[in-house]
Design a binder for this molecule. Structure first.
Ligand code: PLP
Length: 382
C-alpha cells in the first residue's frame, strides 16, 4: 500500500495543494502580456519576503544557480573574499568562488559551531583589501545559524566591503530583513521555507552590489544580472525561457505565506523548532549544533549508540512514510536532520516525533518519549 510520504527534509518540503494546482495552469508565452503581469507581480512578492526595496531576480535554476550568479557577477579573478566554512555548504560556497578565480580567505569553523563577529573581524583586519564577506547564514549540513549576521553585515558595510549571504535554507524561517541588515547580495531558493517546488533561485542585489557588478562585468551568460536587469526594465521579461509553471507555483506559495502573514510565518518556524528541540532533548538524543547557534529550520540530531543513521532513515521512510535527511561526508551515518521548513504544523511534527520514537524501538534502542515536551509548545499554534 503506497501511503504518501511526509517530507520532513531540509528541502524540498511539503507543497500545498493550491501550489500544485497553480502549477497545472496552461502554458503561456513568456513573451506575452500574461507573463509580464505574472513576472512583475512575482518580483514584488519576492521583495516582500526578502524585506527589501533592492532589485530582486528569479533565476530558473536550483539555489546553486544563485550562488553561481554571485560568483560570476560580483568580483574579478584574483580579488579576495572572506568566507567562513562551517560545513558542506560552506565548502561548496568556497568552491563556487574559487572556480571563478576569486581568492577565498577561509575561516574554518568546527562542525556544530557557527562563525562569530570576532572571527570575521580578525579576518577583515588581516585582509583589508578583501572586497566581500560571503556567509552561509544557515549551514544546512550541521543545523547551525550565524547569530551575528546583522552585526557582521553592518561591520562589513562600515569597512567598505559588501556581504554575500546564502540564505537558501532559512529565508522565511528566521529573521532576515535584507534592507535593515544591509545585506548586499542575498540568495534564496524556492524549495525551502517558502514551500514551493525546487527549481528557482531568488537573488536580491543592493546598490553597492550593482557597483561591483557593473565594474566586474558578468562572466556567466546564463546568470548575467546586467542582462536580467535590462530585460526586466525594457520588456518586463526574463532573458531566457523561464520555468513558467514554477513561476506560477512560487507566486501561489508566496501568496499563502503573505495571506498567513510573513512575520507570523517566521514566528511559526521559531515555535515549531522549539517544539522539536524540547522533544528531542526529552528523548535523550544529543544535537550536533551548540545551543547558541542552533538552527530554527534544520534540526541536526546525533545518532546514539553507534546506530547508523541510514537504518533509522530507511525505516522511517519505508514503514512510517516520514522522510528525514542524513548527514554529509563524515557525518553521513552519525546524524540525521529534520527540516523544519514551510508548511510545518502540529500534526506533521507529532507524527515525525512519534515515528522516530517507534523506529528507535524497532531498532532495539528504545528511547524516552518526547511528545509531552512538544505538546505545550505547539498548543497555541493555529
Ligand atoms: C545553505 C545551502 N546552500 C546551497 C544549497 C544548494 O541549493 P540547491 O540544492 O537548491 O542547488 C543548499 C541546499 O540545500 C543549502 O542548504
Amino acid at each position: 500500500m503506497e501511503i504518501p510520504q511526509l517530507i520532513m527534509l531540509p528541502g524540498p518540503t511539503n507543497v500545498h495543494p493550491r501550489v500544485y494546482a497553480a502549477m497545472c495552469k496552461p502554458m503561456i508565452d513568456h513573451r506575452s502580456k500574461e507573463f509580464r503581469v505574472l513576472y512583475m507581480r512575482l518580483l514584488e512578492s519576492v521583495k516582500k519576503v526578502f524585506q527589501t526595496e533592492n532589485d530582486v531576480f528569479i533565476l530558473t535554476s536550483s539555489g546553486t544557480g544563485g550562488v553561481e550568479c554571485a560568483a560570476s557577477n560580483l568580483l574579478l579573478p584574483g580579488e579576495k573574499i572572506i568566507l567562513p566554512v562551517a560545513g558542506n555548504f560552506g565548502e561548496r560556497f568556497a568552491e563556487s568562488f574559487s572556480n571563478y578565480g576569486i581568492k577565498v580567505i577561509r575561516i574554518n569553523i568546527e562542525p556544530g559551531k557557527s562563525p562569530k563577529l570576532e572571527q570575521i573581524e580578525a579576518a577583515i583586519r588581516n585582509n583589508p583589501d578583501a572586497k566581500a564577506v560571503a556567509i552561509i547564514y544557515n549551514e544546512t549540513s550541521t543545523g547551525t545559524t550565524v547569530r551575528d549576521l546583522s552585526k557582521i553585515c553592518k561591520m562589513a558595510k562600515d569597512l567598505g566591503m559588501i556581504t554575500i549571504v546564502d540564505a537558501i535554507s532559512i529565508l522565511g524561517g528566521d529573521d532576515l530583513p535584507v534592507d535593515e541588515w544591509e545585506v548586499d547580495f542575498c540568495i534564496a531558493a524556492s524549495q525551502k521555507c517558502l514551500a514551493a517546488p525546487p527549481g528557482l533561485a531568488l537573488v536580491s542585489v543592493s546598490r553597492d552590489a550593482w557597483k561591483l557588478i557593473e565594474r566586474a562585468k558578468p562572466r556567466s551568460d546564463y546568470f548575467d544580472l546586467i542582462k536580467y536587469r535590462k530585460y526586466r526594465d525594457e520588456q518586463k521579461e526574463t532573458p531566457f525561457t523561464p520555468a513558467i509553471n514554477l513561476f506560477y507555483a512560487l507566486d501561489e506559495a508566496i501568496n499563502i505565506v503573505l495571506e498567513y502573514g510573513f512575520d507570523k510565518w517566521i514566528e511559526r518556524h521559531k515555535i515549531t523548532s522549539k517544539a522539536y528541540y524540547s522533544a528531542i532533548f526529552a528523548m535523550g538524543l544529543p544535537f550536533l549544533a551548540e545551543e547558541w547557534c542552533r538552527s530554527n529550520t534544520v534540526i541536526a540530531v546525533k545518532m546514539p549508540n553507534g546506530i547508523p543513521a541510514k537504518l533509522l532513515r530507511e525505516l522511517l521512510a519505508e514503514k512510517y512514510r516520514v522522510v528525514v535527511a542524513g548527514g554529509f561526508g563524515g557525518l553521513r551515518n552519525s546524524i540525521f536532520r529534520i527540516g523544519n521548513m514551510g508548511l510545518i504544523n502540529p500534526r506533521d511534527i507529532l507524527t515525525t516525533l512519534s515515528s522516530i520514537e517507534s523506529a528507535f524501538f524497532e531498532l532495539g534502542y528504545p528511547i524516552k518519549s518526547g511528545i509531552e515536551a512538544a505538546i505545550p509548545i505547539l498548543k497555541n499554534l493555529d
